[in-house]
Design a protein. Structure first.
Lengths: 974, 183
């Protein structure tokens, strides 16, 4: 292998690119792929095979490559399994062989190849059975170390990747003669067209052969078409883009290699995962040439004939002395064309007997290749003709076993292709993917004329579906040679013949699978692992199927195919996950006091998507609990300020608003007077508690309800559903105003004093009252409600004033011996009062369980009421809300610990309940807990054992009323 | 207590941003009223307001813009809601709940294609849509072919800036790599 002095349509000869392979500094040219650059440097051995560590070289020139999988340095780490045939060369590219040690030429694990007789299909299943104790301890680590292709980088990958959306009338997949003709036809008709091709250049096989279209070289015709398409505003040409999956609704996934060919891509995304929505699609993905299973067919130097032609024409690679082994007229024609172009073809070998006599090379009719020779690369082949073995010195053996239409995408919605005997291949059936037409070689129509004709036809049919008129476009003239194949799936000769190069599966493995009863194609696949490598068996499925059919005595169509699944080519997780990485994983919702509380050093906790301050540390604090205790005592003894804007706020308006709220809340809201607030409970349709909150009546037909922070979306969705589904004709409308209002709790004995200095005219509000107020002239809302058990208010202003109001409230509170309090203190305050959150409302509890059965009004119906009265949802068997106190004051307890009778073992059958929330109460100077306990309300005063299996702690606890502090509520009502 | 000063939802955001032939800048705050007509009241509301937008429409009415914003919902931007409107529709002030940015320039559609799963051919100039901008619920207006207004929730401005500037940066970096297609 070497570079020819001239030629190479893909190359820019003036621009030389330095790169390295396994530490060797080499030189390539602009336009090279890594594979072509290696071949140009005479490197044929590029890696070791998966199982037997056999020397392997480049087999193909496309994305289906099973052999040339290398590690390539990108963004500071080596990425495994990069196909050298797809990776474009760039200055400074560093690559190394994988699956070998210490080097690709001297690989220790090549010993596996000597053990091959023992390592056939099923070896692992049969060998690593006994003794059972060795499974996990010995066998699995051993097998795992030896298994796998390439090594994953061990550090997180932060290089930018992106996702994007695109829409079109017509998606053309593949830009060979079929795709270009289809795109041109549709583009001239004015359709919005997207053309995707895996290659850097458009043209498909026209770039790799010498055929003419309309009297000019096919490649020149392609260039002309591309120039026209590029100039049209309704066409988007997407090079380096593999369409990888077909999904419902005309949606296709596509992977674009944006910057993998660039030395320093900077901010450019390395890859982009596209979601393309197309009204119509033409699959013009061409066909993949198949190898022939003959002994020694995996030696470096054995390539597909189409690849030899591609490397010759596009990258000026001289393959040296070539033997072509084919079985179609197309293969012979290609060999003739290459020889005419100067390639040194020594022989053409074909099992067919009638090849004619006129050729510039030896025609070996009725012959087959039965062996190859050479250690790290091909030196000679042996062919057998009329029972006589003939050895021919050769550097390259070009295999041409026929063509498989690239119908993968057409099968992604589980359609099964049909068998076409004339071309000995599967072809797609119409309508396998709605809206998709398959044309050209992908449909089994192989000549250039057939491709052009079929592309034009498919475009015309799509245009008709789109309601557009086909342009009057004459069909260009091109060859229409017959294909003529005599199927040859395996050569009957001693020695191992590879089917799946990537997973090291031979014809013997497939035959053995059949012998051992794995005769269905899906079983054979799993038993041998054929087709399960990164190439998904693109070069091997057909051959394996044929060998299996032969072994089972069936036909190929009866044997059937395995399932074609996305992705068509490997897609990196980074590309799949683009748009959901780092800060893009989920939105961050920030309160208006965010900058201030962060400046105060508060660690932030996530609540739903919101970030809320946990506590406010001060110098001298030993830990967060010091801060939390201080904040609790501020509220109990002075005044505390807390940002509660994250609670959901839903505006409910209309003449039927009260009726609607009666329907969704367990208790009655219609009797609420304007200017008053009521605590409310909402049930799910199944009778369990959904959420709790407050309901304020701002006017006769205007209510404002609050939800818990994390359940705001769920409640809004629920209310919308109820309104639309059950009472669509009621005059009531819901609107989320969560974001409009910044709301702050002001709680503590000095809350009134503080508010007197904030409000322009402080109102005299009763407990559970609300009123419109002004703050410095700004209209605001004041609610006298309390989640702390202290005299408390919540003051709401439009969000733009939130930051200023928080600063003002905080300064005043601090001046009065109080301060800000965070989520931790808020939690302690509510546990002291026995108020519930979603720690208690865990989706399994009923109003009865919470001791709130009285809140389910007997006078009216509500969502969930009937279901809540089902047997089993009330009574002594239920887990009921209780308080608990450790008997020994200083004993720390934890949420999640389980409750048992004092003498019962800590096993599930003896479980009586569990703690939901715990806190150290600085007010009562002891640990407190809330728990759900079987028949809990009847067990106040009894002793239980709390067992925290996770932390290995036990405590004797007393069951009590869940309201620990100020049980008559005098502090908040007074 | 001193008078309350207003804080922009974009406080701390580095705006405007210019990348890749497009500009991202904050829109001035607007008086926004959510208008949700009661069942059977659409005709009466139309009469009171002069007009009410159908799906995807943006119309001039009541001295401002009425923007379709979802099922049975319009947002009135800087409009003076006439007397009697509240009899036919629920009205809520949502002015401070929304933050708007303008994205304009030749690359604006390409930037949006990174975040918005919408076919912009179906969002002609002068129309509105509700969708997701990345992961953020958004109201999208297209006043001109290459000018978009993106209204998102105030609390999510930081995430929106992160996603939008990231998309702009990526589009800009792509443009630097661009090469004409070859056949």
């Amino acid at each position: 292998m070497k570079r020819r002095a001239t030629g190479g349509s893909a190359l820019t000869r003036a621009r030389k690119l330095g790169f390295s392979f396994d530490g060797r500094n080499l030189q390539g040219l602009q336009g090279d792929t890594l594979a072509s650059a290696l071949l140009a440097n005479g490197v044929r051995l590029v890696g070791r095979s998966f199982k037997y560590h056999r020397p392997r070289g480049v087999l193909t020139a496309g994305s289906e490559e099973p052999n040339a999988l290398l590690e390539v340095l990108r963004d500071g780490v080596f990425h495994p399994n990069v196909r050298a045939t797809v990776q474009e060369l760039h200055m400074g590219l560093q690559a190394r062989a994988q699956n070998c040690w210490p080097s690709v030429r001297r690989d220790v694990m090549a010993v596996n190849d000597l053990l091959a007789p023992f390592l056939g299909a099923g070896f692992y299943y049969k060998t690593f059975m006994w003794p059972r104790a060795f499974w996990e301890g010995l066998y699995e680590p051993l097998i795992r170390r030896a298994a796998g292709l390439g090594r994953l980088p061990q550090t997180p990958q932060d290089a930018p990747h992106e996702r994007a959306f695109a829409f079109c009338d017509l998606l053309v997949i593949g830009a060979g003669p079929t795709g270009l003709m289809a795109a041109l036809t549709a583009a001239r008709a004015g359709a919005d067209v997207i053309v995707c091709d895996e290659d850097r250049q458009f043209g498909g096989r026209l770039l790799s052969d010498t055929g003419q279209i309309d009297g000019i070289a096919g490649a020149d015709w392609a260039a002309q078409v591309v120039t026209e398409l590029h100039a049209l505003p309704n066409v988007r040409l997407m090079a380096r883009t593999s369409v990888v999956g077909a999904y419902d609704g005309g949606v296709y996934g596509a992977l674009e290699r944006v910057a993998l060919h660039v030395t320093a891509p900077g901010h450019a995304p390395r890859e982009c995962f596209w979601r393309i929505t197309a009204q119509r699609t033409i699959l013009a993905a061409g066909a993949l040439e198949r190898p022939i299973a003959h002994p020694g067919n995996d030696r470096p130097g054995v390539m597909l004939l189409s690849a030899v032609a591609s490397y010759w024409h596009r990258w000026a690679i001289d393959p040296g002395r070539v033997v072509v082994f084919g079985n179609t007229d197309h293969a012979l024609a290609t060999a003739r064309a290459l020889a005419a172009d100067g390639m040194n073809i020594r022989a053409y070998v074909d099992p067919r007997t009638d090849l004619g006599t006129d050729a510039p090379f030896a025609l070996r009719a009725g012959a087959e290749v039965v062996a190859t020779h050479g250690r790290h690369g091909l030196g000679a082949v042996t062919l057998r003709q009329k029972g006589r073995d003939i050895r021919i010195e050769a550097d390259t053996l070009a295999l041409a076993g026929g063509w498989n239409p690239s119908l993968h995408l057409a099968c992604h919605m589980n359609g099964r292709p049909s068998w076409d005997t004339a071309i000995a291949a599967f072809v797609p059936r119409p309508g396998m993917v709605p809206g998709m037409d398959v044309a050209g070689a992908a449909a089994g129509r192989f000549s250039t004329h057939a491709a052009l004709h079929d592309g034009a036809r498919a475009a015309a049919e799509s245009l008709a579906e789109l309601g557009l008129t086909s342009p009057d476009l004459p069909l260009p003239l091109a060859e229409d040679a017959p294909y003529a194949i005599a199927p040859l799936w395996q050569v009957a000769a001693p020695g191992r013949a590879w089917l799946d190069f990537a997973n090291d599966v031979t014809t013997k493995d497939v035959a053995q699978a059949a012998r051992e009863g794995f005769a269905s194609v899906e079983h054979m696949k799993r038993y041998t692992t054929q087709g399960m490598a990164p190439d998904q068996g693109k070069s091997s499925n057909m051959g394996a199927l044929a060998v299996l059919a032969d072994a089972t005595g069936g036909t190929i169509p009866d044997t059937g195919t395995t399932t074609f699944r996305p992705p068509f080519v490997p897609v990196s997780i980074a590309a799949l996950g683009a748009g959901g990485h780092g800060k893009s994983f989920a939105p961050e919702r920030r309160i208006t006091s965010d900058a201030q509380v962060r400046a105060m050093g508060a660690p932030m906790l996530e609540a739903g998507l919101w970030y809320r301050p946990s506590h406010f540390p001060q110098a001298g604090d030993r830990d967060w609990r010091d801060a939390c205790n201080r904040e609790v005592l501020h509220v109990r003894h002075a005044v505390g300020v807390c940002d509660v804007s994250t609670l959901g706020k839903i505006d409910v308006q209309g003449p039927n608003a009260a009726r609607f709220l009666d329907f969704v809340y367990t208790n009655t809201m219609s009797s609420l007077r304007p200017g008053r607030v009521r605590y409310g409970l909402m049930l799910r349709e199944d009778g369990h508690v959904m959420d709790d909150g407050t309901c304020a009546r701002l006017g006769e037909q205007h209510f404002l309800i609050t939800t818990t922070t994390a359940a705001a979306g769920e409640v809004m969705r629920h209310l919308d559903f109820v309104q639309q589904a059950f009472c669509a004709d009621w005059r009531v409308r819901l609107g989320s105003v969560t974001e409009h209002w910044a709301q702050f709790a002001v709680a503590g004995p000095l809350a009134d004093d503080l508010l007197a200095r904030v409000l322009d005219v402080p109102p005299a509000l009763p407990f559970m009252g609300c009123a419109g107020v002004t703050v410095g002239g700004v209209a605001a809302r004041l609610f006298r409600i309390s989640f702390s058990g202290e005299r408390g208010y919540e003051l709401a202003v439009p969000a733009r004033f939130g930051a200023a109001l928080f600063r003002g409230l905080l300064a005043l509170a601090e001046g009065m011996g109080g301060g800000a309090y965070g989520l931790e203190a808020l939690n302690v305050l509510r546990i002291e009062k026995g108020f519930v959150t979603h720690a208690e409302i865990d989706g399994r509890v009923t109003a009865f369980d919470l001791g709130m059965a009285g809140m389910v009004s007997a006078k009216k119906d509500c969502i969930g009421k009937a279901a809540s009265q089902r047997p089993g949802l009330h009574g002594p068997e239920r887990l009921q809300l209780v308080g608990l106190r450790p008997v020994a004051h200083g004993t720390e307890i934890a949420a999640g610990a389980h409750l048992y009778a004092p003498d019962a073992p800590a096993t599930a059958p003896h479980g009586q309940g569990h703690t939901t929330s715990v806190a150290y109460s600085p007010t009562l100077e002891r640990w407190l807990g809330l728990a759900l306990l079987r028949d809990g309300r009847a067990r106040h005063g009894s002793m239980m054992r709390l067992d925290d299996g996770l932390r290995g702690r036990q405590a004797a606890v007393e069951i009590c009323n869940p309201v620990f502090f100020d049980p008559d509520g005098g502090r908040m009502r007074g | 207590m001193a008078d309350l000063t207003a804080t922009s939802p974009f406080a701390g955001a580095r705006l405007p941003q210019r990348f890749a032939g497009c500009t991202l800048e904050a829109l001035p705050p607007a008086q926004i009223t959510a208008v949700a007509p009661y069942p059977g009241q659409l005709a009466a509301l139309r009469q009171t307001l002069g007009a009410f937008p159908g799906p995807g429409a943006v119309i001039a009415a009541a001295g401002g813009r009425l923007v379709w914003a979802g099922r049975g919902l319009a947002l009135a931007f800087d409009a003076d809601m006439p007397q009697g409107s509240a009899e036919h529709a629920a009205l809520s002030d949502q002015s401070d709940g929304w933050a708007g940015v303008s994205l304009r320039g030749t690359a604006a559609p390409m930037v949006l294609a990174r975040l918005l799963p919408l076919d912009l051919r179906r969002l002609p100039p002068g129309s509105s849509a509700r969708s997701l901008l990345g992961h953020l619920p958004a109201l999208i207006l297209r006043p001109e072919a290459l000018a978009f207004e993106l209204w998102i929730w105030r609390s999510m401005v930081g995430s929106a800036m992160h996603d939008l500037t990231g998309a702009m940066q990526a589009v800009g970096a792509r443009q630097a790599l661009a090469e004409p297609p070859t056949g």
